[in-house]
Write a protein that binds this ligand. Structure first.
Ligand SMILES: [Zn+2]
Length: 238
C-alpha cells in the first residue's frame, strides 16, 4: 500500500496551495469501506487478535475484494491490522499493561512540553484548526454514543498530532505517530465516559492555547494524559 506512511507532513494546517493528498481517486466507496472496518475494530466487533477474512467482509459489506484489501492495507499502516505471511490479516493484538504504562510515560515526557511550545507559537489559523480538531463538536447532540466513539478516537489522534506539529519538533511528532497510541488505547475500553471527560480536558487545553499561556498548556496536557491513563488502566483489571 502506497499511502500508509506515517503522516510526517501536515495534513491539517492551512496553506498548501490545494495539493490535497491524492489518497483515493475513486474516493467514496474506498473510504466508506475503510471507515466501516475501522469502526468494527474500534468497537471491538473485530476483537484484538482476531482473524480477519476478506471473504467474510466481502459478504458483510457487499463489496468486491479490491476496496477491502485496500482498506486493510491502510489499517495495517495505522497499526490496527497485522498481515502475517501465509495466515493473512488479523486485528492487532491488545497492548499489554507494561506497554500501556510505557506509552503514557513517553507521552507524559513529551506532550506537556510540546503543548507549552505550541502555546507560545500558535498562530490564529492554527488555533482555529486546532479548535475544529478538538472533537468538541462530537459532544452530545443526540447522536449514538457508540457511533461517536470510533470517530472520537480518530479525532483525538488528529488533535494531539496537531499540537505536536505546532510544537515544532518533527522527530517528537514522528516518534509518537509511530506508536499509533490513540487507536490502541481506545480499543481498551468502549465507554462514553471516556469521550465526555476527554472533551472537557481538550477544552481546557484550547483555553490555554487561546491565552498563549505556556504554563497552563503544559499543565492542562499533563492533567489530560494522567486522567486519560487513569480512565483506561482499569481495563487491565477485568
Ligand atoms: Zn486527548
Amino acid at each position: 500500500m502506497r499511502s500508509s506512511k506515517p503522516h510526517a507532513t501536515s495534513r491539517y494546517l492551512a496553506g498548501d496551495g490545494g495539493s490535497t493528498p491524492a489518497v483515493h481517486r475513486g474516493a467514496g466507496l474506498a473510504d466508506e469501506v475503510y471507515e466501516a472496518i475501522f469502526a468494527r475494530l474500534m468497537a471491538l466487533k473485530i476483537p484484538p487478535g482476531a482473524r480477519i477474512t476478506v471473504d467474510n467482509l466481502v459478504r458483510e459489506l457487499d463489496v468486491s475484494q479490491t476496496p477491502i484489501r485496500e482498506a486493510l492495507g491502510r489499517l495495517e499502516g495505522e497499526g490496527l491490522v497485522v498481515k502475517t505471511h501465509l495466515v493473512g490479516y488479523s486485528a492487532a493484538p491488545q497492548i499489554t499493561r507494561a506497554r500501556f504504562e510505557e506509552l503514557y510515560d513517553l507521552r507524559l515526557l513529551l506532550e506537556p512540553e510540546m503543548a507549552g511550545r505550541a502555546a507560545s507559537s500558535i498562530t490564529e489559523p492554527a488555533l482555529q484548526a486546532l479548535t475544529a480538531a478538538a472533537g468538541v463538536n462530537l459532544r452530545g447532540g443526540g447522536k449514538d454514543e457508540r457511533a461517536r466513539y470510533p470517530q472520537f478516537a480518530r479525532q483525538d489522534a488528529i488533535f494531539h498530532d496537531m499540537i505536536l506539529e505546532i510544537g515544532g519538533n518533527g522527530l517528537v511528532r514522528e516518534t509518537l505517530a509511530h506508536q499509533h497510541t490513540h487507536f490502541h488505547i481506545f480499543r481498551l475500553m468502549f465507554h462514553a465516559l471516556v469521550t465526555e471527560e476527554a472533551l472537557d480536558e481538550h477544552e481546557a487545553l484550547l483555553a490555554a492555547f487561546a491565552a498563549r499561556d505556556v504554563d497552563a498548556a503544559r499543565h492542562a496536557m499533563r492533567a489530560h494524559l494522567e486522567r486519560s491513563r487513569d480512565r483506561l488502566s482499569p481495563a487491565f483489571d477485568q
